[in-house]
Write a protein that binds this ligand. Sequence first.
Ligand SMILES: O=C(O)CCC(=O)C(=O)O
Ligand SMILES: [Fe+2]
Length: 278
Amino acid sequence: MTATETALPRICDFPQEVTQDQCKFVQREGFIQFGRLLEDSDLIPLRFAYERVWEANPIEEEARANAAPGHRALSMEHFLDEPDIIRLIANEYFLRIVCAALARPPEEIEYAGGYIHRQRCQKAWDYEEFGWNGWHQDAQPSQAPLCHLNIWIYLDDCSKLDGVTQVLIGSCEQQRENLRKKRHPNDGINEMWGEQDSLDTGFFAEGPAGGGFAWGGFLWHRITPNRTGRPRRLVTWEYRHKSVCESEGSLYREKTTPEQRSLIAESLPEDKRFLVAV
Ligand SMILES: O=C(O)CCC(=O)C(=O)O
Ligand SMILES: [Fe+2]
């Protein structure tokens, strides 16, 4: 049985715990799917906030030459003033998953930034139009344990035909193995692209409205073409070990002023303010 045929661990709706198996899986593979983490009382205001942010930021980001067709993202400085996005930094289910995956107590975790993402749906697109196959990673491979995690939340039920994110199963282990054996970190990665290149053999991070998947590290991943014309609406929250934010900085620390950071801290429950640097 290949990795892609295996039934993969998946965290349930509103999890009270993350099991050992789920924990090991996310630390090995660099991702894990989860069910609903947001109640309608959080999800519905989040959708309205999402639409307001796009409406307030119509074009500039879309004009970025290196943006994926079908995909545009706005980073968190565009939604600092949206409490229905910001307060979710302290969501208990997000934190439960982050603490388990990053193997740290909540006090040693920090919010590092976030984005709102979408798929352009005026027309179908494919990778040929994209000009490349889309596979990339956002961080350099290392042998160290996972120290940052993205919580990736779909605002609507999102299937693989709606253009969810695809992850390259086995890509983190392959890179660790390469590092151990002193090979180039990407040895064998092209072959994996080939094996996981279809809707049947690939792994697509589908999720329900208010659910999605968590991922981090140096996982290889890509956006996938939207084939339904339904919008793919997505918001992300990124967390890291506090010590990493202190030593390396973060999008959050860079993109906010001290005044903004105090306001944000005050908008979180008192016992969760440690999540944001001031
Ligand atoms: O939109 C997606 O599905 C992938 C986006 C991506 O690669 C990223 O945000 O790092
Ligand atoms: Fe990426």
